[in-house]
Design a protein around this ligand. Structure first.
Ligand code: FES
Ligand SMILES: [Fe+2]
Length: 372
Protein backbone atom coordinates (compact mmCIF):
# COMPACT_ATOMS: atom_id res chain seq x y z
CA UNK A 1 0.00 0.00 0.00
CA UNK A 2 1.46 3.33 -0.96
CA UNK A 3 1.98 6.07 1.60
CA UNK A 4 -0.54 8.25 -0.25
CA UNK A 5 -3.25 5.57 -0.05
CA UNK A 6 -2.51 4.99 3.65
CA UNK A 7 -2.85 8.74 4.28
CA UNK A 8 -6.17 8.84 2.42
CA UNK A 9 -7.48 5.87 4.42
CA UNK A 10 -6.49 7.56 7.65
CA UNK A 11 -8.35 10.67 6.50
CA UNK A 12 -11.48 8.61 5.66
CA UNK A 13 -11.38 7.02 9.10
CA UNK A 14 -11.11 10.47 10.65
CA UNK A 15 -14.05 11.70 8.55
CA UNK A 16 -16.13 8.70 9.66
CA UNK A 17 -15.29 9.37 13.30
CA UNK A 18 -16.17 13.01 12.84
CA UNK A 19 -19.55 12.26 11.30
CA UNK A 20 -20.32 9.72 14.06
CA UNK A 21 -19.53 12.39 16.67
CA UNK A 22 -21.81 14.81 14.87
CA UNK A 23 -24.63 12.27 14.67
CA UNK A 24 -24.36 11.88 18.46
CA UNK A 25 -24.72 15.60 18.95
CA UNK A 26 -28.45 15.41 18.21
CA UNK A 27 -28.43 17.76 15.22
CA UNK A 28 -30.90 17.54 12.33
CA UNK A 29 -28.97 17.54 9.07
CA UNK A 30 -30.33 18.13 5.57
CA UNK A 31 -32.10 21.39 6.39
CA UNK A 32 -31.48 25.08 5.77
CA UNK A 33 -30.08 27.07 8.69
CA UNK A 34 -29.43 30.82 8.92
CA UNK A 35 -25.65 31.31 9.24
CA UNK A 36 -25.17 35.08 9.36
CA UNK A 37 -27.05 38.26 8.54
CA UNK A 38 -26.73 39.32 4.88
CA UNK A 39 -25.42 42.71 5.96
CA UNK A 40 -22.38 41.05 7.58
CA UNK A 41 -20.89 40.07 4.21
CA UNK A 42 -19.39 43.19 2.70
CA UNK A 43 -17.04 43.65 -0.26
CA UNK A 44 -14.51 40.86 -0.66
CA UNK A 45 -14.36 40.03 3.05
CA UNK A 46 -14.35 36.43 4.17
CA UNK A 47 -16.27 35.87 7.38
CA UNK A 48 -16.57 32.81 9.57
CA UNK A 49 -19.56 31.11 11.16
CA UNK A 50 -20.24 27.77 12.79
CA UNK A 51 -23.31 25.61 12.14
CA UNK A 52 -23.82 22.14 13.63
CA UNK A 53 -20.19 22.19 14.82
CA UNK A 54 -18.88 22.72 11.30
CA UNK A 55 -16.70 25.78 10.73
CA UNK A 56 -17.78 27.73 7.64
CA UNK A 57 -16.30 30.57 5.65
CA UNK A 58 -18.76 32.84 3.88
CA UNK A 59 -18.41 35.61 1.37
CA UNK A 60 -19.96 37.18 -1.67
CA UNK A 61 -18.68 37.08 -5.25
CA UNK A 62 -18.29 40.23 -7.38
CA UNK A 63 -21.63 39.29 -8.91
CA UNK A 64 -23.27 39.48 -5.49
CA UNK A 65 -23.83 35.75 -4.97
CA UNK A 66 -23.31 34.60 -1.38
CA UNK A 67 -21.33 31.40 -0.91
CA UNK A 68 -20.46 29.08 1.97
CA UNK A 69 -17.47 26.76 2.09
CA UNK A 70 -16.09 24.60 4.82
CA UNK A 71 -13.48 26.71 6.57
CA UNK A 72 -10.72 24.24 5.93
CA UNK A 73 -8.32 23.90 3.02
CA UNK A 74 -8.51 20.36 1.59
CA UNK A 75 -4.69 20.41 1.25
CA UNK A 76 -3.53 20.75 4.85
CA UNK A 77 -6.57 22.01 6.73
CA UNK A 78 -5.67 25.62 7.40
CA UNK A 79 -8.84 27.73 7.58
CA UNK A 80 -9.60 29.21 4.15
CA UNK A 81 -10.82 32.32 5.97
CA UNK A 82 -7.14 33.29 6.45
CA UNK A 83 -6.85 33.43 2.67
CA UNK A 84 -8.33 35.96 0.31
CA UNK A 85 -11.18 36.34 -2.14
CA UNK A 86 -10.63 38.04 -5.47
CA UNK A 87 -14.35 38.23 -6.26
CA UNK A 88 -14.64 34.75 -7.77
CA UNK A 89 -11.91 32.54 -6.34
CA UNK A 90 -10.78 31.90 -2.76
CA UNK A 91 -7.01 31.55 -2.42
CA UNK A 92 -5.54 29.62 0.50
CA UNK A 93 -2.94 31.57 2.47
CA UNK A 94 -0.58 28.57 2.90
CA UNK A 95 0.37 27.25 -0.57
CA UNK A 96 -1.94 29.38 -2.65
CA UNK A 97 -4.32 26.70 -3.92
CA UNK A 98 -7.25 28.46 -5.52
CA UNK A 99 -10.90 27.36 -5.31
CA UNK A 100 -13.96 28.54 -7.17
CA UNK A 101 -16.04 30.15 -4.41
CA UNK A 102 -19.42 28.93 -5.68
CA UNK A 103 -18.54 25.30 -6.42
CA UNK A 104 -15.50 24.71 -4.18
CA UNK A 105 -13.68 23.27 -7.21
CA UNK A 106 -9.92 23.70 -7.25
CA UNK A 107 -8.81 25.82 -10.20
CA UNK A 108 -5.07 26.15 -9.56
CA UNK A 109 -2.21 24.62 -7.57
CA UNK A 110 0.72 27.01 -8.01
CA UNK A 111 3.41 24.46 -7.02
CA UNK A 112 2.67 22.03 -9.89
CA UNK A 113 5.37 21.77 -12.53
CA UNK A 114 4.85 21.03 -16.22
CA UNK A 115 5.64 17.33 -15.44
CA UNK A 116 2.81 16.94 -12.90
CA UNK A 117 -0.21 14.87 -13.89
CA UNK A 118 -2.44 15.76 -10.91
CA UNK A 119 -5.99 16.55 -12.04
CA UNK A 120 -6.56 19.81 -10.19
CA UNK A 121 -10.24 20.01 -11.18
CA UNK A 122 -10.97 16.79 -9.28
CA UNK A 123 -10.12 18.43 -5.97
CA UNK A 124 -12.94 20.18 -4.11
CA UNK A 125 -13.07 22.25 -0.97
CA UNK A 126 -16.10 21.49 1.22
CA UNK A 127 -18.95 23.54 -0.09
CA UNK A 128 -22.62 24.09 0.85
CA UNK A 129 -25.70 25.43 -0.98
CA UNK A 130 -26.21 29.00 0.11
CA UNK A 131 -29.05 31.50 -0.41
CA UNK A 132 -30.15 34.83 0.95
CA UNK A 133 -33.68 35.39 2.21
CA UNK A 134 -35.30 37.83 4.67
CA UNK A 135 -31.92 39.40 5.47
CA UNK A 136 -30.12 36.14 6.31
CA UNK A 137 -27.56 34.01 4.53
CA UNK A 138 -29.00 30.48 4.74
CA UNK A 139 -26.81 27.42 4.36
CA UNK A 140 -28.12 23.95 3.51
CA UNK A 141 -26.33 21.57 5.85
CA UNK A 142 -26.25 18.17 4.22
CA UNK A 143 -25.00 15.42 6.50
CA UNK A 144 -21.23 14.94 6.51
CA UNK A 145 -20.05 12.33 4.05
CA UNK A 146 -23.27 12.33 1.97
CA UNK A 147 -23.94 13.67 -1.52
CA UNK A 148 -26.39 16.52 -2.00
CA UNK A 149 -29.85 15.34 -3.12
CA UNK A 150 -30.91 16.20 -6.69
CA UNK A 151 -33.42 18.72 -5.44
CA UNK A 152 -33.26 20.55 -2.18
CA UNK A 153 -36.27 22.24 -0.58
CA UNK A 154 -36.81 26.00 -0.84
CA UNK A 155 -35.35 28.29 1.82
CA UNK A 156 -38.03 29.17 4.43
CA UNK A 157 -39.53 32.61 3.72
CA UNK A 158 -41.30 34.93 6.14
CA UNK A 159 -45.00 35.32 5.23
CA UNK A 160 -46.05 38.91 4.48
CA UNK A 161 -49.49 40.20 3.47
CA UNK A 162 -48.82 43.53 1.72
CA UNK A 163 -46.11 45.29 -0.28
CA UNK A 164 -45.39 47.89 2.36
CA UNK A 165 -44.18 46.85 5.79
CA UNK A 166 -41.58 47.39 8.43
CA UNK A 167 -39.07 44.69 9.22
CA UNK A 168 -36.49 44.09 11.90
CA UNK A 169 -34.11 41.38 13.13
CA UNK A 170 -32.94 40.41 16.61
CA UNK A 171 -30.75 37.59 17.78
CA UNK A 172 -29.36 36.11 20.94
CA UNK A 173 -27.05 33.25 21.92
CA UNK A 174 -28.22 30.57 24.33
CA UNK A 175 -25.62 28.43 26.11
CA UNK A 176 -27.56 25.21 25.63
CA UNK A 177 -28.30 22.36 23.29
CA UNK A 178 -30.67 23.26 20.46
CA UNK A 179 -33.36 20.96 21.94
CA UNK A 180 -33.50 23.03 25.12
CA UNK A 181 -33.61 26.23 23.06
CA UNK A 182 -36.51 24.92 21.00
CA UNK A 183 -38.63 23.61 23.85
CA UNK A 184 -38.00 26.89 25.67
CA UNK A 185 -39.28 28.75 22.65
CA UNK A 186 -42.63 26.98 22.54
CA UNK A 187 -43.14 26.55 26.25
CA UNK A 188 -46.41 28.26 27.22
CA UNK A 189 -45.98 28.05 31.00
CA UNK A 190 -42.91 30.25 31.54
CA UNK A 191 -44.53 33.47 30.32
CA UNK A 192 -46.00 34.73 33.60
CA UNK A 193 -42.72 34.07 35.43
CA UNK A 194 -39.97 34.94 32.95
CA UNK A 195 -41.73 37.63 30.94
CA UNK A 196 -43.37 39.62 33.71
CA UNK A 197 -43.40 43.26 32.74
CA UNK A 198 -45.81 46.16 32.63
CA UNK A 199 -46.06 46.01 28.84
CA UNK A 200 -46.63 42.30 28.51
CA UNK A 201 -48.35 40.69 31.47
CA UNK A 202 -48.35 40.41 35.22
CA UNK A 203 -47.89 37.26 37.22
CA UNK A 204 -51.29 37.81 38.88
CA UNK A 205 -53.01 37.67 35.50
CA UNK A 206 -52.35 33.93 35.18
CA UNK A 207 -55.50 32.05 34.19
CA UNK A 208 -56.67 28.83 32.61
CA UNK A 209 -56.40 28.51 28.85
CA UNK A 210 -57.54 25.96 26.29
CA UNK A 211 -55.94 25.99 22.85
CA UNK A 212 -56.53 23.74 19.91
CA UNK A 213 -53.55 22.20 18.11
CA UNK A 214 -53.49 20.36 14.82
CA UNK A 215 -50.84 18.36 12.97
CA UNK A 216 -49.12 19.95 9.93
CA UNK A 217 -46.33 18.43 7.83
CA UNK A 218 -43.18 18.11 9.98
CA UNK A 219 -44.80 20.07 12.80
CA UNK A 220 -47.90 21.31 14.58
CA UNK A 221 -50.09 24.38 14.60
CA UNK A 222 -51.86 26.24 17.36
CA UNK A 223 -55.05 26.72 15.36
CA UNK A 224 -56.17 30.29 14.59
CA UNK A 225 -57.54 31.77 17.81
CA UNK A 226 -57.94 35.05 19.68
CA UNK A 227 -54.79 35.70 21.68
CA UNK A 228 -54.91 35.74 25.45
CA UNK A 229 -56.67 38.61 27.16
CA UNK A 230 -53.76 39.20 29.54
CA UNK A 231 -51.29 40.34 26.85
CA UNK A 232 -51.37 44.11 26.47
CA UNK A 233 -50.12 44.39 22.84
CA UNK A 234 -52.98 42.26 21.49
CA UNK A 235 -55.53 44.28 23.43
CA UNK A 236 -54.07 47.49 21.99
CA UNK A 237 -54.27 46.14 18.44
CA UNK A 238 -57.91 45.20 18.93
CA UNK A 239 -58.68 48.69 20.27
CA UNK A 240 -57.04 50.36 17.28
CA UNK A 241 -58.59 48.32 14.48
CA UNK A 242 -61.90 47.70 16.24
CA UNK A 243 -61.75 44.17 14.85
CA UNK A 244 -60.88 40.88 16.51
CA UNK A 245 -57.28 39.68 16.48
CA UNK A 246 -56.48 36.18 15.27
CA UNK A 247 -53.19 34.45 15.94
CA UNK A 248 -51.78 31.36 14.30
CA UNK A 249 -48.60 29.80 15.64
CA UNK A 250 -46.74 27.02 13.83
CA UNK A 251 -43.77 24.93 14.77
CA UNK A 252 -42.00 23.10 11.95
CA UNK A 253 -38.85 20.97 12.05
CA UNK A 254 -36.00 21.49 12.32
CA UNK A 255 -36.31 24.72 14.29
CA UNK A 256 -38.92 27.18 13.03
CA UNK A 257 -41.61 28.89 15.07
CA UNK A 258 -43.78 31.32 13.15
CA UNK A 259 -46.55 33.53 14.44
CA UNK A 260 -49.06 35.47 12.37
CA UNK A 261 -51.39 38.00 13.97
CA UNK A 262 -54.10 39.63 11.92
CA UNK A 263 -56.73 42.19 12.78
CA UNK A 264 -58.74 43.69 9.94
CA UNK A 265 -56.18 44.76 7.30
CA UNK A 266 -53.35 44.96 9.79
CA UNK A 267 -50.91 42.15 10.22
CA UNK A 268 -47.84 41.15 12.15
CA UNK A 269 -45.70 38.20 11.11
CA UNK A 270 -42.69 36.82 12.90
CA UNK A 271 -40.35 33.87 12.81
CA UNK A 272 -37.91 32.58 15.36
CA UNK A 273 -35.36 29.93 14.46
CA UNK A 274 -33.14 28.17 16.97
CA UNK A 275 -29.96 27.17 15.20
CA UNK A 276 -27.43 24.72 16.61
CA UNK A 277 -23.94 26.22 16.61
CA UNK A 278 -22.29 23.62 18.83
CA UNK A 279 -23.87 20.98 21.05
CA UNK A 280 -23.63 23.40 23.97
CA UNK A 281 -24.55 26.58 22.12
CA UNK A 282 -27.47 27.66 19.98
CA UNK A 283 -28.72 30.98 18.64
CA UNK A 284 -32.20 32.43 18.30
CA UNK A 285 -32.68 34.52 15.17
CA UNK A 286 -35.87 36.49 15.30
CA UNK A 287 -37.29 38.37 12.32
CA UNK A 288 -40.55 40.30 12.34
CA UNK A 289 -42.49 42.23 9.72
CA UNK A 290 -45.64 44.28 10.27
CA UNK A 291 -47.99 46.71 8.61
CA UNK A 292 -48.95 48.48 11.83
CA UNK A 293 -48.18 52.14 11.05
CA UNK A 294 -48.24 53.08 14.77
CA UNK A 295 -45.46 50.67 15.73
CA UNK A 296 -42.02 52.13 14.94
CA UNK A 297 -39.10 49.75 14.51
CA UNK A 298 -37.21 51.39 17.40
CA UNK A 299 -40.03 50.80 19.88
CA UNK A 300 -40.53 47.23 18.74
CA UNK A 301 -36.81 46.51 19.08
CA UNK A 302 -36.75 47.98 22.57
CA UNK A 303 -39.48 45.60 23.75
CA UNK A 304 -38.22 42.68 21.67
CA UNK A 305 -34.75 42.95 23.22
CA UNK A 306 -36.14 42.93 26.76
CA UNK A 307 -38.17 39.84 25.89
CA UNK A 308 -35.26 37.92 24.36
CA UNK A 309 -32.96 38.98 27.19
CA UNK A 310 -35.41 37.49 29.71
CA UNK A 311 -35.32 34.15 27.88
CA UNK A 312 -31.54 34.30 27.54
CA UNK A 313 -30.97 34.99 31.26
CA UNK A 314 -33.24 32.11 32.19
CA UNK A 315 -31.42 29.74 29.85
CA UNK A 316 -28.03 30.81 31.20
CA UNK A 317 -29.31 29.86 34.65
CA UNK A 318 -30.77 26.60 33.32
CA UNK A 319 -27.44 25.69 31.67
CA UNK A 320 -25.83 25.94 35.11
CA UNK A 321 -28.17 23.19 36.32
CA UNK A 322 -27.98 21.05 33.19
CA UNK A 323 -24.18 20.76 33.51
CA UNK A 324 -24.77 18.14 36.18
CA UNK A 325 -27.05 15.97 33.99
CA UNK A 326 -30.12 16.02 36.23
CA UNK A 327 -33.17 13.87 35.48
CA UNK A 328 -35.85 15.99 33.79
CA UNK A 329 -39.57 15.59 33.26
CA UNK A 330 -42.19 16.77 30.80
CA UNK A 331 -45.75 17.09 32.08
CA UNK A 332 -49.15 17.26 30.39
CA UNK A 333 -50.57 19.48 29.02
CA UNK A 334 -48.16 22.39 29.34
CA UNK A 335 -45.17 20.38 28.06
CA UNK A 336 -47.07 18.50 25.37
CA UNK A 337 -45.61 20.68 22.56
CA UNK A 338 -42.13 19.73 23.82
CA UNK A 339 -43.13 16.05 23.70
CA UNK A 340 -44.36 16.50 20.12
CA UNK A 341 -41.07 18.13 19.18
CA UNK A 342 -39.02 15.20 20.49
CA UNK A 343 -41.40 12.72 18.82
CA UNK A 344 -41.32 14.58 15.49
CA UNK A 345 -37.54 14.59 15.56
CA UNK A 346 -37.25 10.92 16.47
CA UNK A 347 -39.84 9.90 13.84
CA UNK A 348 -38.11 11.93 11.14
CA UNK A 349 -34.76 10.29 11.91
CA UNK A 350 -36.43 6.88 11.93
CA UNK A 351 -38.08 7.53 8.58
CA UNK A 352 -34.77 8.64 7.09
CA UNK A 353 -33.11 5.51 8.45
CA UNK A 354 -35.75 3.08 7.16
CA UNK A 355 -37.00 4.92 4.08
CA UNK A 356 -40.58 4.44 5.33
CA UNK A 357 -42.77 7.61 5.35
CA UNK A 358 -42.61 9.56 8.58
CA UNK A 359 -45.26 8.84 11.22
CA UNK A 360 -46.76 11.99 12.71
CA UNK A 361 -47.00 11.85 16.52
CA UNK A 362 -50.48 13.50 16.49
CA UNK A 363 -53.57 11.61 15.30
CA UNK A 364 -55.57 14.77 14.70
CA UNK A 365 -56.62 18.03 16.36
CA UNK A 366 -56.35 18.10 20.15
CA UNK A 367 -57.15 20.67 22.82
CA UNK A 368 -54.50 21.39 25.42
CA UNK A 369 -55.25 23.11 28.73
CA UNK A 370 -52.86 24.92 31.00
CA UNK A 371 -52.65 28.01 33.19
CA UNK A 372 -50.49 30.94 32.14
S1 FES B 1 -3.00 24.23 3.09
FE1 FES B 1 -4.12 25.34 1.68
S2 FES B 1 -2.87 25.37 -0.06
FE2 FES B 1 -1.79 24.15 1.31
FE1 LIG C 1 -39.84 33.18 26.47
Amino acid sequence: MSEAVRTMMRMDAEAAQESAAQADAGFLWDFWYPAVRSSEIRGHNLITAMLLELPLVLGRTSEGKAFAMRDSCPHRGIPLSYGRLDGKVVECCYHGWRFDACSGQCVEIPSLSSQDKLKVERIFAGHYPCEERDGYVWVYMNSPGTKLPETIPAVPALTVFSDKYKMTHLSCDLPSHVDQGIIGLMDPAHGPFVHQSWFWRKRGSIHEKAKQFEPIPNGFRMSPHSPSTNSAPYQLLKKITGEPVTTTIDFVLPNLRTEIDQSGKMWFSSRATVTPVRRDLCRIDFVAAWSLFFLPVSIFRMFGKVFLRQDQETMIQQAEGLKHNPRLMLIDDADRPAKWYFALKANLLESRRTGVPMVHPMDGPVTLRWRS
